[in-house]
Write a protein that binds this ligand. Structure first.
Ligand code: GDP
Length: 458
């Protein structure tokens, strides 16, 4: 029975190395792994830029590239060939497994980088949310073309919303690609005009100046993505890093391998052998083949029969890894997207009520007590209500402005209490970052995002 199984777990762990040693043995010589989400207004050139980057880095075969070149010529849109690259790699890597987030990978000198979500999809925001919820850092792409930067930034564009969203989800390091600068003849004046506006805004959004790097580039021509700049007009005034250098210089967040296991499930599917598979990211701790894990919030015991990373079988996987594990001892029907596989002893909190510090944006009707929302928490989407407006905070200092405000309008920062219709696995942001981020959506648009500060009931 369950109690017996719980007692077994520590014994299994006794003969094992301590998690940090195990990690050092297995991965000590590996490059650091970094997850990056690409954000920006539609048509800013995100797909083209990432596609071109992957090509320049040799992540795409000549054959594939040739195929796209032919196809894109045929439809008279040759510039699309790079954008397709990204969709294709995303698809190939996951091979039929439907993940919410498509992935492509590349390497820098010191890092293995995973691009979260395949940008360029029509309905970008929901994908981006999933991506942003898992990201370590973000790449903001802006279109430097005269008039285009302005429409993406000033007039209801997504530049501001995306930047606020990732910041309120805990992402603090940002690379800004000032893209399509070829259309402005690599003008330094245009570059400065854009960076000046962005600097003011990003500071207000909570990014430190020292954590943001601006890179003039062109995804289409490949200028300043991987190789040092060559364009005569650009080298006249720019001697800074290429986009790849900036990515290489990002700080990698610490992977908490010695904390209790938390694996957030983002896919459940029938495997080939016995049992079934769940795919997801290990947020905390590590998982060994043969481990007993607690499926939460339902709290059923399961055994890990097999672990694979990128289709390769492994005996152990660590915090930061996106894995696929085969489970036995529990029914496939009883595991869903949004569940967490937890350490059986130090369990993930399960709750229906929690407090979050949120940033509100993009709302037509102010938020009042009882306001219904959909909460997005990792891959989970669940209906919920804002049951209490606890306090309104100063946007830049975080100081208390008002207790129990009557309503919350655009751009305010507030602490609210949220009640979810069913128990879910949540953590405080300060305990487990990835399980402490939450987004609120209404009628297809994101109205707020924030961090879980307190769990009210468990
Ligand atoms: P996304 O919606 O942000 O993914 O943007 P796309 O990558 O689909 O690009 C939108 C349009 O801008 C396409 O027509 C691209 O060919 C064009 N484009 C992208 N990058 C550049 C660039 O660096 N320079 C120029 N001139 N055009 C670009």
């Amino acid at each position: 029975d369950q109690a017996d199984e719980i007692r077994v777990t520590p014994k299994v762990k006794e003969n094992k190395l301590d998690p940090n040693t195990q990690y050092a043995n297995e991965r000590g010589s590996d490059k650091d792994h970094l997850y990056i989400v690409v954000i920006g207004h539609v048509d800013a050139g995100k797909s083209t830029l990432m596609g071109r980057l992957l090509c320049e880095l040799g992540e795409v075969s000549q054959r594939t590239l040739h195929k796209y070149e032919q196809e894109s010529k045929k439809i008279g849109k040759q510039s699309f060939m790079y954008a397709w690259v990204l969709d294709e790699t995303g698809e190939e890597r996951v091979r039929g497994i439907t993940m919410d987030v498509g992935r492509a990978q590349f390497e820098t000198k010191t890092k293995r980088v995973t691009i979260l979500d395949a940008p360029g999809h029509a309905d970008f925001i929901p994908n981006m949310i999933t991506g942003a919820g898992q990201a370590d850092v973000a790449l903001l792409v802006v279109d430097a073309t005269r008039g285009e930067f302005e429409s993406g930034f000033d007039f209801g564009g997504q530049t501001r919303e995306h930047a606020l969203l990732v910041r309120s989800l805990g992402v603090s390091q940002l690379a800004v690609a000032v893209n399509k600068l070829d259309t402005a003849n690599w003008s330094q004046e245009r570059f400065s005009e854009i960076t000046k506006k962005l600097k003011a805004f990003l500071k207000q959004a909570g990014f430190k100046d020292s954590d943001v790097t601006y890179v003039p580039c062109s995804g289409l021509t490949g200028e300043n993505l991987v190789k040092p700049p060559a364009e005569a007009e650009l080298i006249k005034w720019y001697s800074g890093p290429s986009l790849l250098d900036v990515v290489d210089k990002f700080n990698v967040p610490e992977r908490p391998v010695s904390k209790p296991l938390r694996l957030s499930v983002n896919d459940v599917y029938k495997g080939t052998g016995s049992g079934f598979c769940v795919a997801g990211r290990i947020e905390n701790g590590l998982i060994n083949k043969g481990d007993k894990v607690l499926v939460c919030p339902t709290k059923e015991m399961a055994e890990v029969r097999n672990i694979s990373i990128n289709e390769m079988t492994t005996n152990v996987a660590f915090a930061g890894d996106q894995v696929s594990v085969t489970l036995t001892g529990v029914d496939m029907q009883n595991v869903s997207v949004g569940y967490v596989l937890s350490d059986p002893i130090q369990q993930v909190p399960v709750a229906t009520r929690f407090e979050a510090r949120i940033v509100v944006f993009n709302i037509k009707v102010p938020i009042t007590k009882g306001f219904p929302v959909l909460i997005h928490h990792q891959s989970l989407v669940e209906s919920a209500h804002i049951v209490k407006l606890k306090s309104l905070l100063n946007k830049s200092t975080g100081e208390l402005v008002k207790k129990k405000p009557r309503c919350l309008g655009n751009n305010c920062v507030a602490v609210v209490e949220i009640e979810v219709c069913r128990p879910i696995c949540v953590e405080r942001y300060k305990d487990v970052k990835e399980l402490g981020r939450v987004m609120l959506r209404v009628g297809g648009s994101t109205i707020a995002a924030g961090l879980i500060t307190n769990i009210v009931n468990t």
